[in-house]
Design a protein around this ligand. Structure first.
Ligand code: 8OZ
Length: 353
């Protein structure tokens, strides 16, 4: 018999040893003016370093991957220097940190990309709006990527992974959830290509598998994880056959020695985590809507190996200690989720010792 995994006990994740199975989920906080990671961000992440693993907010692998206000990038020297300060601050407190690499694709506006039209698999306009410094604006029609541009983006993910390691970060998470560029390739409504990057489920999975391979080749597969949200309609994703789409994804990501798959499974359309358990050779991180009891239950049942907490980490920098003591959690203030300064960011106190 194997012992029940302890939420508060150590676990090996790919190449690295984590102090516990509690993960800080990636969260966009829009506090990186100029797309540059900064000292305030370093302080924020260092405050949360008792997490077994921190996954940073989404950071763009290329200039045309930017969207939302003031998200950081990981494609320039200055950005790498900024991330180095973040990595150093977290490591000084004994933490571990992966960068989440996020290309937003069509979920952007020219004003976030120096005037350039956002790019996507196909020129399909999402119906949503985006918050900008001058108010809410409708998303526009993206430009369909040329095949050579797709190949350049695959390279950009490899380079982003190298940059993360050069910055001293511990690895990268490929953001393939929530309808951003990899998710736009996966879904038939946003991917209407008739070349090898679209059409069949295998073709729609090609971009995700290519960028994951590029990152794995750059820094070793044990430093790479992938986040998925099968069946999540966020950002105008519609897929009549989620199982058909994700079965080749899970098979394609298996057997490569990747560190983990991270599931946002708020709306599971089929038992994708069961499928991953059968085939995937790394760890499984569970996310969305977890509390202490559900986290312990899902570790005990073997559904997952680690549990990621999002909004609870905004307002509880010492979440590990609070969960350990079963202490009350502070509620986050939604008004300060995105943008602004230290308020609602680094001013949530830890419990008194
Ligand atoms: C909410 C607001 C801004 C960004 C995601 C990166 O959905 C996001 C995001 C969510 O993964």
């Amino acid at each position: 018999m194997t012992a029940t995994p302890d939420l508060f006990g150590p676990v090996q994740l790919g190449d690295i040893a984590l102090a516990n199975r509690i993960v800080m989920a990636p969260m966009t906080r829009s506090r990186a003016p100029g797309n540059l990671p900064n000292a305030l961000m370093a302080e924020y992440y260092a405050q949360r370093a008792s997490a077994g693993l921190i996954i940073t907010e989404g950071t763009a692998p290329a200039a045309n991957g930017r969207g939302y206000i003031d998200i950081p990038g990981i494609y320039s020297e200055a950005q790498v220097a900024g991330w180095r300060a973040v990595a150093d601050a977290v490591h000084a407190k004994g933490g571990r940190i992966f960068a989440q690499v996020m290309h937003v694709g069509r979920i952007s506006l020219p004003e976030f990309q120096d005037g350039a039209e956002p790019v996507a698999p196909s020129a399909v306009t999402p119906p949503g709006q985006m918050y900008t410094p001058s108010g809410m604006k409708p998303l526009g029609q993206p430009r369909a990527l040329e095949e050579a541009e797709i190949e350049a983006l695959v390279e950009a993910y490899g380079q982003a992974a190298r940059n993360a390691i050069a910055a001293g970060l511990d690895g990268v998470e490929i953001h393939a959830a929530n309808g951003y560029l990899p998710g736009q390739f996966l879904a038939p409504n946003s991917n209407q290509r008739i070349d090898r990057w679209g059409g069949s489920a295998e073709n729609r999975a090609r971009f995700l598998l290519a960028i994951t391979d590029a990152a794995a080749k750059a820094i070793g597969p044990a430093r790479v994880g992938v986040r998925l949200s099968p069946g999540n309609p966020f950002n105008d994703i519609a897929d009549p056959d989620v199982e058909g789409t994700y079965t080749p994804v899970i098979h394609g990501l298996s057997g490569k020695g990747l560190a983990y798959l991270h599931f946002l499974d708020a709306k599971p359309a089929f038992d994708v985590i069961g499928l991953a358990r059968q085939h995937f050779d790394g760890k499984i991180i569970l996310n969305a809507g977890y509390d202490r009891a559900r986290a312990q239950a899902d570790l005990a049942s073997g559904r997952g190996d680690l549990v990621a907490f999002g909004s609870k980490y905004i307002s509880n920098p010492d979440l590990v200690e609070r969960l350990r003591r079963d202490a009350p959690l502070a509620a986050p203030d939604q008004a300060t989720f995105y943008g602004g300064d230290a308020r609602g960011y680094t001013d949530y106190p830890a419990l008194a010792a």
